[in-house]
Every structure is written in C-alpha cells, then in structure tokens.
Design a protein around this ligand. Structure first.
Ligand code: DGL
Length: 274
C-alpha cells in the first residue's frame, strides 16, 4: 500500500500523439514546478486527428495501461482528439484520475466571448465535443468549429515559418473571420506552436484561448483535492515515444529549451485491455 508521501512523489503521466502536448508540459513547468512528469508521444501513429474513433480509443487504452504500469498518480490527456473521443470511456476503465482538456478549454472560452471559433483536428471537429461542452455551459453563445487537417503535419515537420503554413492558416481562419468571432480556441495542443502565425492573421480584438493553461489549473486543483501535490523536488521529466527518439528530441528542443533524453516504448507489445 502506498503512503500518501509516495503518492505525492509519484509522477503525473501526460500524453499526446507528438510534440503538441509539450504546450501542456510547459504549463506544468510554470504552474506545478514540483511535479515529476512522464511524457509519452505516440509519434509512430500520428496524426491522431485522421484516425477513426475505434483506433483512437485503442491507442489511448494502450497508453493508459503503460501509464498505470509506471505508477503515475494522475494522467493529463494533453491531446484534444483523445479527450474528445476516448475520455468518457476510459475514465470508467482505469482507477487513476484522468483529466481531459476539452472541458477546461470550453469553460475558459465561455468566459472570454460570445462568438467562439474552434480550430481542431478533423476527428475533434467531427465529434462536436467543443460545441457540446460550450453549449452546455452557456447555450447563448455561438460556436463555429473548423477542421484543420494540415496543421499537425506542418508542426511535426517543423514548418512553422514556411510561407505555405501562413497560406493554409489563412484559409482555415477565413470562415471564422467572416463570422466575426471574438474568441478563438486552440482545439488541438499542437496549435499554440503556431501562435505567431495565427496571431498575425487575426484582428487584435480576437482573444486566443489556450486550453493547456486551464487543464493544468484543473490538475493543480485536483492534486490539492486529493492531497497529493508534490512538496519535494521533482525528478527530471521522463520522455518516451513510440517512433524515432532522435527526431522527437530534435523537434522538442525549441519548445523545451533543452534537449530531452528520449526512450522508445513499443506499446502494442504490452497487450491491450479489451
Ligand atoms: N495534439 C493532439 C490534439 O490535441 C493530436 C493531434 C493529432 O495527432 O492529430 O488533438
């Protein structure tokens, strides 16, 4: 049996398909500097946003099984697509607390404006998760969701400053600007990496909502509630990926400010709960 001090020191598990979740990790570094983190990037199988709901659920189950074996005290889904498609199901299947990113993002959006645009992966947009979450909180706001299939590959290929990326962003934002949105939600954790591009295309009056900020606030609250916030020094973040560790290390350095040590984990060899 764990004592509460061992629970305190246990890491938080965090996952995404790739480098998107680093936008959430950065928030953990800012808001919860004492927490140790295990970060998993399912880079062999990205992008998640064009996968079927069944595939996404299977991947999430595999990742959570692995996280459970690592004895994490809580899991942050640093991935909107997983939160939209799998959160409600896997919460019933696993004992550890699992935090999704959609609800904290929706709450923040509603406190910002009345004409809300959401940019998201095809799977998240199709799931309608943001519209549902926002309308449940405030049925009087208007929501427009845009599927942005090219963004994740462009971020993963580190083509942030490529003129092509600006053109793609312009075409995704156009229908939202026509609706005169006052708020734009990053409905995918990869998208805050595109902030300079997106900001340059939006009127300054449009507020940008980064759900990463708010899921980490929710995590801090949950750690307090459960009495397991770490009061000791954290361990260095442990990074694991399903694809090429060198590639992940190279692309992460610009977001992390240091070169991470990255290990490979082959999830499907671990067996999947059915
Ligand atoms: N960054 C993830 C999200 O927030 C997944 C993106 C993808 O792999 O398509 O949805």
């Amino acid at each position: 049996m764990f004592t509460s001090s061992i629970f305190e020191r246990a890491p938080i598990g965090m996952f995404d398909s790739g480098v998107g979740g680093l936008t959430v990790l950065r928030q953990v570094y800012q808001q919860l500097p004492n927490e140790s983190v295990i970060y998993f990037g399912d880079t062999a199988r990205l992008p998640y946003g064009i996968r079927s709901p069944a595939e996404i659920l299977q991947f999430v189950r595999e990742i959570l099984n692995w996280m459970q074996q690592q004895q994490v005290k809580m899991v942050i889904m640093a991935c909107n697509t997983s939160s939209a498609l799998a959160l409600d199901i896997v919460r019933e299947e696993f004992k550890m607390p699992i935090l999704g990113i959609i609800l904290p993002g929706a709450r923040a959006a509603v406190s910002c404006g009345k004409r809300i645009g959401v940019i998201a992966t095809p799977a998240t947009a199709k799931s309608n998760a943001y519209r549902r979450a926002i309308m449940e909180i405030d049925p009087h706001v208007q929501v427009w969701q845009i599927s942005c299939p090219e963004f994740v590959p462009l971020v993963e290929q580190n083509r942030i400053d490529d003129p092509y990326t600006i053109e793609v962003a312009r075409s995704y934002l156009e229908p939202l600007l026509e609706q005169d949105i006052d708020t734009l939600v990053y409905g995918c954790t990869h998208y805050p990496h595109l902030a300079p591009v997106l900001r340059s295309l939006l009127p300054s009056s449009v507020k940008l909502v980064d759900p990463a900020v708010h899921i980490v606030k929710a995590c801090a609250h949950e750690l307090d509630l459960q009495g397991v916030k770490n009061t000791h020094l954290p361990l260095p973040t442990r990074f694991a990926v399903s694809g090429c560790p060198q590639h992940f290390a190279q692309s992460s350095v610009q977001w992390l400010g240091y070169t991470p040590m990255v290990e490979v984990v082959h999830l499907n060899e671990l067996g999947v709960r059915s």
